[in-house]
Design a protein around this ligand. Structure first.
Ligand SMILES: Cc1cc2nc3c(=O)[nH]c(=O)nc-3n(C[C@H](O)[C@H](O)[C@H](O)COP(=O)(O)OP(=O)(O)OC[C@H]3O[C@@H](n4cnc5c(N)ncnc54)[C@H](O)[C@@H]3O)c2cc1C
Length: 458
């Protein structure tokens, strides 16, 4: 059994884009950071089997909603960014400003830390090219999307973004975790945090399980960044019962068509897209990996289609769903789609069909629904103040759960910017001008060894 004799300035729980950013920025400023991550830190091999172990284990990384929508997240260092498509949408700066949160400066800063460019023509596979041409031909405002991808390392006709890019082309939050470690942070994997230790209304540490044993770790700042599903579960155990309600999860479907002569079905997914902000709909090309397509087709018993891959052009339709639902204490999601949500999905599917037909596609069909961005479970303005602080002193949240309103776009850019802002806020708290505040709000530094509490938890 490993014992950790370290003193920490901050504990970050979860290493997705939100947590990894705060951890990196704190470590770069010389703070001693402990990152506790539930998942593994195995190398990214870019294989389907590695995606299965990280993101498709029922009840752990994949949950089925009450209406049968699979919702997946990756439990691994880097969180869901390891399997994400690497598309960078601008943050909802104006929406967040309404809540006293301005991330415009941090959004500009992050552009220096990350590859954020559209894919060049030579990396556009045949599917995305046809999508772009056909949508433009119809008159849709189709745009090349910004990617967290370094084109110089990306490969044409590769499709391993969602299996965990093995070439270092797609940025993911592991990059920030590595930088945090280079700057002195400690990462403990297979460390599942159960709850925050609260004393006199102040967070002083966390309880976590590692290799079937329970440990305690202490620090004067605790940042929960376990994602839209993980964070509310930890916070409920810590005395914040109101978390995990009225959230969004950005439902999506695929519409497929067969375009004769299209050829290879492989390419970077979400290279180009169309946004209908009023309708809350986004359409993109989406060459999903073969095994994922097989899974989606078999879900609807489309056995014949499951084995067609060449010449197939998939289009993804993602919508802004209304807030609703309940997360159970076991992490299951009860969130029926509203009539309006279904209408939006149908409207998006009609747009996709037009694009496919215009491209000469036949055999057009729709997939079942899924969802990929659970958030809004610990909202700014409700459970958090504008500095992402909870009702407990020294306890912060920084991940997709903090987004206060349904928004409908992939959130990673926003989470990185929020992480940078939170790290700055934590430094500001340490500044001499705030000494008085600190005397009131900070407990005496309680940095003891990580302590083994009990053994043999099944
Ligand atoms: C298939 C797919 C494609 C996507 N494509 C895009 C895209 O193109 N662009 C985009 O912007 N977004 C995309 N997303 C969404 C994006 O990946 C997530 O919104 C983002 O990763 C969320 O970051 P986070 O920090 O909130 O949480 P996560 O990335 O979920 O990270 C949370 C971390 O906390 C850990 N954790 C959970 N519980 C505990 C616990 N109790 N103790 C310790 N650790 C814990 C998890 O293992 C994980 O590492 C995609 C998502 C999926 C699933």
């Amino acid at each position: 059994m490993q014992k950790h004799k370290t003193e920490f300035d901050a504990i970050v729980v979860g290493s997705g884009p939100g947590g990894a950013t705060v951890a990196m920025d704190l470590a770069k400023q010389g703070r001693k950071v402990l990152i506790l991550e539930w998942g593994d830190n195995n190398p990214k091999k870019g294989t389907f089997s590695s995606m299965v172990t990280r993101a498709l284990i029922p009840g752990r990384s994949a949950v089925m909603t009450s209406q049968g929508l699979p919702v997946i997240r990756a439990i691994t260092t880097g969180g869901s960014s390891v399997i994400f498509c690497g598309t960078a949408f601008d943050p909802p700066v104006d929406m967040l400003k309404k809540y006293g949160v301005d991330i415009s400066a941090e959004f500009e800063e992050m552009k220096g830390d990350l590859p954020m460019v559209p894919l060049p023509d030579e990396l556009m596979g045949p599917g995305p090219k046809v999508f772009e041409e056909s949508a433009g031909d119809i008159g849709f405002d189709v745009k090349r999307l910004i990617k967290f991808i370094d084109p110089s390392k990306c490969k044409l006709n590769c499709q391993r973004c969602m299996y965990g890019c093995p070439y270092g082309a797609k940025w993911d939050a592991r990059d920030f975790v590595d930088k945090a470690i280079e700057n002195g942070a400690t990462l403990i994997n297979h460390a599942k945090v159960n709850k925050v230790i609260i004393e006199d209304n102040k967070a002083v540490g966390v309880e976590y399980r590692n290799n079937k044993e329970i440990f305690l770790a202490y620090a004067p700042k605790i940042i929960i960044a376990a994602g839209g599903i993980g964070s509310p579960l930890i916070l409920r155990e810590s005395g914040m019962q109101s978390t995990g309600y009225d959230f969004f999860f950005d439902p999506l479907i695929f519409v497929y068509g067969k375009v004769k002569g299209l050829g290879c079905g492989k390419s970077v997914p979400m290279s180009s897209g169309i946004h209908f902000p009023e309708d809350g709909i986004v359409l993109t090309d989406f060459n999903l990996p073969r095994m994922m397509k097989v899974g989606f087709d078999l879900e609807l018993l489309k056995v014949k289609q499951a084995f067609l891959y060449k010449d197939i052009l998939p289009i993804m339709i993602k919508i802004r769903d209304g807030l609703g639902g309940t997360l159970t204490n076991n992490g299951w999601i009860k969130k029926p789609l509203s009539k309006n949500d279904v209408k939006r999905l149908d409207k998006g599917a009609e747009h996709a069909k037009r694009i496919l037909k215009n491209a000469g596609a036949t055999d057009i069909y729709k997939s079942w629904r899924t969802a990929a961005h659970p958030g809004g479970t610990v909202k700014i303005g409700e459970q958090l103040d504008s500095n992402l602080k909870t009702k407990f002193d020294n306890l912060y949240v920084c991940d997709c759960s903090v987004v206060p309103e349904e928004w409908g776009l992939p959130p990673t850019t926003t989470l990185v910017a929020l992480g940078k802002r939170l790290a700055k806020h934590l430094f500001a708290l340490e500044s001499p001008t705030r000494e008085e505040d600190l005397a009131i709000s900070m407990p005496a530094f309680k940095q003891t060894d990580v302590t083994r509490l009990a053994a043999a938890v099944s």
